[in-house]
Structures are given as structure tokens and as C-alpha cells.
Ligand binder design. Structure first.
Ligand code: AMP
Length: 396
């Protein structure tokens, strides 16, 4: 089964082609993309021409599905057919995700014209959060705001679902791993055995922490949009809502400029004044920059805040997992996230931690009650897998 995963940004189009064998094993056949894209339709045409020239996809019949990592839709989530209903849902929330929803809506339209008969599947980033307790989703806003859609949704759902599945496998809980695999087809079927409590930390250019019980999300650091929670690369993360009218009045900034600065000049870049990349900030801190050092401290403080929140909400934790660029590759930050938590049963093994970069493994000390794992995520593979699961569920 050949599955194409389309990743659309406001000015970019990236793709990966996977082949699945009968046992569910996946091989990546091709990967590519285009930057500074003005016309997503043309980029899609170029991608299909590239796959044809490489001998992978000669005709529509060689492609068994296209998966889209859609961000969020109005009144719609899950892993669903990428059809007019999805396009309307994306357009309904285009003001919350302006960089992603319009290109995905346009891309889905284009693929459906180019590849009639090929199943198109949308995996919403919000899908993993659809069973969160309502109290974890509500903001204390007037009812009309809530009715308009102002609530906590959650993002990085593909990545956190992957962590839920893989951490259950690593802990020998095949019952929970199976539950996670079928989540978008069956919903959360009753879980057996002792509760499995996981705190999943997706820390990279964009970061979020998710609490997971028995494979199902119970809370997220992300909110209405991916602008909340931890400081992001250029995005502000959590901010008191009073700050917006305050800077508009005192600095004389119009709303559009406040929005631009909150999304382009804040986060790790705004804090450090150096870069939005933690590697550069680490280097600046090592050379004595106090702002860079403070940036690392703020990031660690925020990650620990959310780890603590879910540790409490879950009444303990069986596994603490780090993933994405920073989580997978930055041992110093992992040590900072876990420092001084022995009374919570979280003890890192310094040698194992220092040695692990970009590969899967356990970094907890022998006596640590909580297992600490590094698990590299692969969001495109998750979209491809969920696309296969969806297509197969339609056949059964
Ligand atoms: P992501 O958005 O998941 O690609 O993560 C980007 C962030 O991960 C940046 O802040 C980088 O500092 C960090 N990162 C990515 N790759 C590495 C690496 N090989 N070593 C250290 N940090 C890395």
C-alpha cells in the first residue's frame, strides 16, 4: 500500500511517500518538498511529477491514499475523510490557524481534482484530545465566546499519540498499545489492568506537554491555538490576556502589530535576543550571555510547570517521555527538566542521558520509580499509519 503524506505550510509544501507491507511495516520511498511556494496547486503537480519520474507512482492506481496533518477544524476532529466537510471545517477556523488552514483546504481540493478515486484522509492535530475531560477544555469566558469556539483544543496530537503507543509498548503494556492503535476507529474502549500514566513532552521549535492515562489524553499545555503553553521558537506561549490591551495602549501598537510580535518576535527568540534555536541559545549561554541563560531557565521552568501539572492530575506517573528536536537531542535540558525531583520518583541517569541523542532509549536511573524515555517521534509516519488504519477500517 503506497501512502503519500502531504505537509502544507503557508509558503511550503513537503511530502513523504511510504510503502506499507501486509504486516503494517513501513518503508519511506521518497521525501521532498518546496519552499517559498506561492501556488500550492503547482507544488502538488510538481510533487506528483517527481514521484512519477522516480518510478514510484505512474498512475493514480499506484497511490492508495493521501494523508493530511490538518491542524484544527470548526466542529470537526478525528481521523476522517478529507472531503468538503473537512474543507468547510478548516475554513471555519482559518482565523485561529491562518498559516495552515487555508493551504490545507486548497491542497485537499487540488488533490481531489488530480487524484479522483484515491482516498484522502485528514488527521487533525486536535484528534488526540477529543476525549479530554470537559473541565480541561474550558476557559472561563462568556458563554458566547465558548459557543464561538474559544476553548482548549490541544495540538501535536500525531506526535503525542505516537508516544502513547510506543511508551506502552516499551513498558510491556500491549493492552494499552492496542487501545491506542484503535483509538480513532473505536474510541477509548474500556481499559484493563492497572492505570498507565504517561507525561509526554514534545519539545522542539514548537512545544507541548500532554498528560495521558491508559493511552488517552487527559490534558494539554496547548490551548485554543498553538500560541499557548511553553515558550515556542518565535511564539509567546502562555501570556496574561491583559498584556495585549496594555501594550496597545502604552506602546501605541495596533492589534495587527501586537499579533505579529507575539508570533514572530516572542518565544525563545524574544527572550534570548539571539535566536529561536536552542543550539544557538546554548552556545550564547556558554559564552556568558545572561539573557540566553535566562531563556534556558524560563523554558525549563515552563516545561516543569506542565510536567508537574500532569503528574498531579494523573496521581503519579509511570513514564516521562521526551521527544522532538530538543527532547531528543538536548541532554542538558533534559537534566534541567528532571533536576531535584527524586521525591516524585523521577531520577535521571546522567551517563545514559548524556549518551542519548536522537535515538530511542531509557535514561532513568536504576532506582527511579518513573521510567524516563527518549522516543524520537515521526509525525509523517504517524499520519501515514493512521491513513492506512482509516482506509482498512472502511473496508471491514
Ligand atoms: P523541531 O521543531 O522538533 O525540529 O526542534 C527544533 C529545536 O530542536 C531547535 O531549538 C534545536 O535547538 C533543537 N535541535 C534539533 N536538532 C538538534 C540537535 N541535533 N542537537 C541539539 N538540538 C537540536
Amino acid at each position: 500500500m503506497n501512502i503519500l503524506v502531504a505537509n502544507l505550510g503557508s509558503t511550503s509544501f513537503k511530502f513523504r511517500l511510504f510503502r506499507f507491507d501486509g504486516a503494517g511495516g513501513a518503508t519511506m520511498l521518497a521525501k521532498g518538498g518546496y519552499e517559498r511556494v506561492a501556488d500550492h496547486g503547482k507544488a502538488i503537480d510538481d510533487c506528483l511529477a517527481e514521484l512519477k519520474a522516480a518510478g514510484h507512482v505512474h498512475a493514480a492506481a499506484d497511490l492508495h491514499g493521501v494523508g493530511f496533518k490538518t491542524v484544527l477544524g470548526k466542529n470537526l476532529t478525528g481521523c476522517v475523510p478529507a472531503d468538503d466537510r473537512v474543507i468547510a471545517a478548516l475554513e471555519g477556523f482559518k482565523d485561529i490557524a491562518p498559516a495552515h488552514n487555508p493551504p490545507y483546504a486548497a491542497g485537499i481540493k487540488r488533490f481531489s481534482e488530480k487524484l479522483p478515486g484515491v482516498p484522502l484522509v485528514a488527521l487533525f492535530e486536535t484528534a488526540f484530545y477529543q476525549w479530554m475531560p470537559e473541565a480541561a477544555t474550558r476557559y472561563a469566558v462568556p458563554e458566547a465566546w465558548h459557543q464561538a469556539g474559544v476553548r482548549r483544543f490541544g495540538f501535536h496530537g500525531a506526535s503525542h499519540k505516537f508516544i502513547a503507543e510506543r511508551s506502552a509498548e516499551l513498558l510491556g503494556r500491549t493492552d494499552i498499545a492496542d487501545r491506542v492503535r484503535g483509538l480513532y476507529q473505536s474510541g477509548p474502549v474500556p481499559a484493563k489492568g492497572p492505570a498507565l500514566r504517561v507525561v509526554s513532552c514534545h519539545l522542539g521549535g514548537s512545544s507541548s506537554v500532554t498528560g495521558i492515562r491508559d493511552g488517552v489524553a487527559i490534558g494539554t499545555s496547548m490551548g485554543l491555538s498553538p500560541q499557548s503553553g511553553l515558550p515556542q521558537n518565535n511564539r509567546v506561549g502562555d501570556l496574561d490576556s491583559a498584556a495585549v490591551p496594555f501594550v496597545m495602549k502604552t506602546l501605541g501598537l495596533p492589534l495587527a502589530e501586537v499579533e505579529r510580535q507575539m508570533t514572530k518576535e516572542s518565544g525563545l527568540l524574544g527572550l534570548s535576543g539571539v535566536s529561536n534555536d536552542l543550539r544557538d541559545i546554548n552556545a550564547a549561554a556558554a559564552q556568558g550571555s545572561a539573557r540566553a541563560k535566562l531563556t534556558l531557565d524560563v523554558f525549563a521552568h515552563s516545561a516543569r510547570h506542565w510536567i508537574g501539572a500532569f503528574h498531579l492530575e494523573l496521581n503519579g506517573c509511570d513514564a516521562l517521555v521526551f521527544t522532538a528536536g530538543i527532547g531528543e537531542n538536548n541532554p542538558d535540558m533534559r537534566a534541567a527538566f528532571c533536576a531535584g525531583l527524586d521525591q516524585l520518583g523521577i531520577v535521571i541517569d546522567p551517563a545514559k542521558n548524556a549518551a542519548l541523542r536522537g535515538t530511542e532509549g531509557e535514561i532513568s536511573a536504576a532506582g527511579s520509580r518513573v521510567k524516563i524515555f527518549v522516543i524520537p517521534t515521526n509525525e509523517e509516519l504517524v499520519v501515514a499509519r493512521e491513513t492506512v488504519r482509516f482506509i482498512q477500517s472502511q473496508k471491514n
